[in-house]
Design a protein around this ligand. Structure first.
Ligand code: HEM
Length: 553
């Protein structure tokens, strides 16, 4: 009986494929229309592009085909205001003042009021154990952060300062060896990848992956990372990805790239298995991150006993490199902005010249009690560049908790997704000023003209405190980027050595395109080694020498 029925269905499909297609399309369009007409977001009158109210393919189109979602989102907010309904169940918010509503630490009614990471982040779970960035279970994420935060802190990284210096030296020496000669241009984007990847290997295991020395992506590590970013970034905006794939399936698809990557970076010794290698590095280098992750994994395991320790450690190491991919796409733009503003460049050089040994150390950044930052202008220039190019382009989506939420005049019911993106928040004129789109490091310095600090001292609020409370380059709240200190240390040291050593002329600006993160591609520059100008007297002398040798000042 059932077999007959199945036969009949099969015959009908074979005989009438168009009928089946029509039924499928009818169902699909009908269900979308029904969802739209019954949506509380429509009843609440949320503004936004009509197509986006029906289907998430509207956004996927801009992500996957045009690769310009970050700019599209900016123009949507300019057109519709700070709250935009962008996909059937998702709202984009650009008002910095609403940051704490969505990402703030929950009050005592945590279960009811905390906005957890949206389910769609599960797409990035391509392995079976703890996954720092994409973990959607708030309890697990909290435990992970608690176990690992110290290793990523300024103090935790200070013990590895030598490794930062080594990576920076390899970057400038590599650029000098491979590119600093006439008629030889350098792809700055690629070099920033080499730099950040070498740095990660040094921090994790104490030896370099040698990309800056080689001047190329030796073992296709950057390529492997890119495949993972592309696949995950392409799938996240398409809602049905999670309906048609499982964690096992995504692992099958992408794990080989993860393993290849891991091998290229850290397991390049054929005599050891992965487990042996992890243990050997961790035992030999207890200060390095591999060892810190092994300890963190043991802590997490006490609370979440089921898991695979090598995968957990692989994941953590992967996220060090993944974070660095975010950073290495930001670094070229940071350098470009600084070099293309001669006044800023001069001020940075003057600030560095005033440092002991003309060298940035981690303690130059120290602001803890009794210390003053010794490189406020350089730091401000980097923060300002990161504000304008927040490479983590993806909206950081959160699920509205059971008690719902109010965004300006709109009430959003539980279960809907709300999210902010640095590309819209950081350009908000009302918060950052009418000149928000301009590169002005000075805006981070001094005090706010009217506000009083919120620390109870009655002193004016610093501009830095005000801006950091609104910007969104590193996210906000419980899931704020743990790699921000590592980024600032690497960038301040990196910029300092670059501006000391090279004059840089941009030959081609390249372009930014969107895929989970905003990639910086094709930024080509010409480098000329400087003569280490230090004092007025030396400058004059060097001017004479250069003139004599025809090098030009
Ligand atoms: C310019 C550089 C960077 C930018 C713009 C950036 C941006 C971000 C943002 C926006 C988030 C929040 C994600 C969310 O809330 O869903 C985040 C999280 C994270 N970042 Fe970064 N990041 C940078 C560098 C790094 C580096 C160098 C590392 C690695 C050391 C790193 C590791 C992480 C990790 C592990 C998380 C997850 C934190 C958590 O979920 O609790 N990031 N990053």
């Amino acid at each position: 009986m059932i077999t007959d029925l199945l036969h009949d269905i099969f015959d009908t499909i074979v005989a009438n494929p168009f009928l089946i297609l029509a039924i499928f399309l009818g169902y699909s369009i009908g269900s979308r229309l029904l969802r739209y007409y019954t949506s509380p977001l429509r009843r609440a009158g949320l503004p936004g592009p009509l197509l986006g109210h029906f289907t998430s393919w509207y956004r996927a189109y801009h992500v996957l085909i045009h690769r310009n979602w970050h700019h599209k989102l900016q123009s949507l907010h300019v057109h519709y205001g700070p709250i935009v309904w962008i996909a059937p169940d998702e709202i984009s918010v650009s008002d910095p003042k609403l940051r704490s509503t969505i990402y703030g630490f929950a009050d005592e009614r945590k279960e009811q009021s905390f906005f957890p990471k949206a389910h769609v982040f599960e797409t990035g779970q391509i392995n079976e154990d703890f996954n720092f960035v994409f973990e959607t279970d708030p309890k697990k994420a909290r435990v992970g952060k608690w176990a690992m935060a110290h290793a990523y802190s300024e103090r935790g990284l200070a013990v590895l300062e030598e490794e930062f210096d080594k990576a920076v030296k390899d970057l400038v020496d590599g650029l000098a060896t491979h590119h600093a000669r006439p008629n030889r241009s350098a792809n700055l984007g690629k070099w920033c990848h080499y730099f950040m990847y070498d740095l990660c290997s040094l921090l994790c295991s104490g030896y370099t992956s040698g990309l800056c020395q080689a001047g190329r992506d030796k073992d296709s590590q950057i390529y492997s990372m890119r495949v993972i970013f592309e696949a995950v970034g392409g799938l996240i905006p398409v809602n049905f990805t999670l309906k048609v794939t499982t964690r096992w399936f995504r692992k099958m698809l992408l794990n080989s790239y993860l393993e290849h990557f891991f091998k290229g970076c850290l397991l390049n010794d054929e005599y050891y298995s992965k487990e042996e290698r992890i243990n050997k590095i961790s035992d030999d280098k207890p200060q390095h991150l591999m060892s810190r992750f092994r300890t963190a994994e043991q802590k997490i395991r006490k609370l979440f006993p089921i898991g695979n320790w090598t995968e957990a450690i692989t994941n953590n190491i992967f996220f060090i490199y993944a974070g660095s991919t975010v950073a290495s796409n930001a670094f070229p733009r940071v350098l470009q902005l600084i070099y293309s503003h001669p006044r800023v460049l001069r001020k940075i050089r003057a600030e560095i010249a005033s440092l002991p040994n003309q060298t940035v150390t981690i303690s130059s950044l120290d602001r803890t009690s009794g210390h003053t930052c010794q490189i406020p202008y350089l730091e401000a220039a980097i923060l300002e560049a990161l504000r304008l190019t927040p490479t983590f382009g993806l909206s950081l989506s959160r699920t509205v908790p059971p008690m719902g939420c109010k965004l300006q005049d709109y009430t959003i019911p539980p279960g809907y997704i709300v999210g902010m993106s640095g590309w819209t928040v950081n350009y908000d004129n009302a918060y950052f000023g009418a000149d928000a789109a301009e590169f002005k490091p000075e805006r981070w310095l001094g005090n706010h003209p009217t506000e009083i600090g919120r620390d109870g001292t009655g002193l004016p609020r610093t501009m830095r405190n005000y801006l950091e409370a609104g910007w969104f380059a590193f996210g906000a709240g419980a899931r704020v980027c743990v790699g921000r200190h590592m980024t600032m240390i690497a960038f301040t040291k990196g910029v300092a050595e670059m501006v000391k050593r090279f004059e840089v002329e941009v030959e081609r600006e390249g372009k930014d395109w969107y895929a989970l993160i905003v990639h910086t591609e094709g930024l080509v520059v010409r480098l000329k080694e400087r003569w280490g100008v230090e004092s007025e007297g030396e400058r004059e002398l060097l001017g004479v020498c250069k003139e004599f040798m025809g090098v030009g000042a």
